[in-house]
Design a protein around this ligand. Structure first.
Ligand SMILES: N[C@@H](CCC(=O)N[C@@H](CS)C(=O)NCC(=O)O)C(=O)O
Length: 248
């Protein structure tokens, strides 16, 4: 049985949960928030980041590496397009989502508006957030609009590229921002198509359920919504930052 370490609210974890769901792979999950990982967590995740995938005696870090492992181990149905060129494009969108959208949507948006105040007692800087929405968020959205078609998905059939990009938007929704469909019509339509996929809908419910639940109660919540929590957990005590954390 595959084990996923990581909270369903994380877009990187959710990317993997979507892939597992599409491929019909059973899994159990330890829904830790990375900042609450104990000392053992650092042994399986040197950057103290989620997701981590454990398959037998193998431990795999980083959502892109994990997605690739799942694609190679369980090739059907595939989450990548057929040609090498289209696969390269899909991997680029995954990289863009993980790095640039991660920086802007996860760290600077969700991180500063939701995570840092909740876990590290930080004060929300509403002016900085307004500036973020007017500058870096616009730059990301304009880029996505320029590469999105009127119909279909980013690289052929619904797959890794769409999943990686779409999961990022929920973080900004949690930070109380949603994209303007009049300004970015193609991206908003793409998002609606992606979010309508059954695996995206299901995992969105898993994310929302834990987003409303305090960390110590999340394992019980998971079981309540039909997921399989692990027998043991890497959940620790007081929150702490990982070595590459950009949390303020
Ligand atoms: N490139 C990594 C990024 C993972 C990541 O940043 N995860 C966040 C949760 S959304 C995390 O664990 N942050 C804790 C930290 O960096 O201290 C991946 O794709 O898995």
């Amino acid at each position: 049985m595959i084990t996923i370490i990581g909270n369903t609210v994380s877009p990187y974890v959710r990317k993997i949960l979507v892939v597992l769901t599409i491929k019909g792979i059973p899994f159990e999950i330890d829904p830790i928030v990375p900042f609450f990982g104990d000392d053992e967590f650092a042994k399986i995740s040197p950057l103290r980041r989620i997701p981590v995938l454990i398959d037998g005696d193998m431990i795999i870090n980083d959502s892109s590496v994990i997605a690739q492992y799942l694609e190679e181990t369980y090739p059907f149905p595939s989450i990548l397009p057929a040609t090498a060129a289209a696969r390269a494009k899909a991997r680029w969108f995954e990289e863009y989502a993980d790095s640039r959208m991660g920086d802007v949507f996860v760290w600077k948006g969700f991180g500063k508006m939701v995570l840092a105040p909740a876990f590290f007692g930080a004060t929300r800087d509403l002016e900085a957030h307004k500036t973020l929405l007017a500058t870096e968020v616009v730059e990301v959205m304009d880029y996505l609009e320029s590469v999105t078609s009127e119909e279909g998905f980013l690289c052929g059939p619904f797959g890794l590229a769409d999943i990686s990009v779409a999961v990022m938007f929920k973080m900004m929704m949690y930070a109380r921002w949603t994209p303007d469909a009049a300004r970015w019509p193609k991206v908003c339509a793409l998002l609606a198509r992606a979010e309508a996929h059954p695996a995206m809908r299901l995992t969105a419910e898993w994310a929302d359920a834990l987003s409303r639940t305090p960390p110590p109660e999340q394992r019980a919540k998971l079981a309540e919504i039909g997921l399989r929590p692990t027998a043991t957990s890497y959940f620790g005590g007081a929150p702490r930052r990982g070595p590459m954390s950009q949390i303020g």
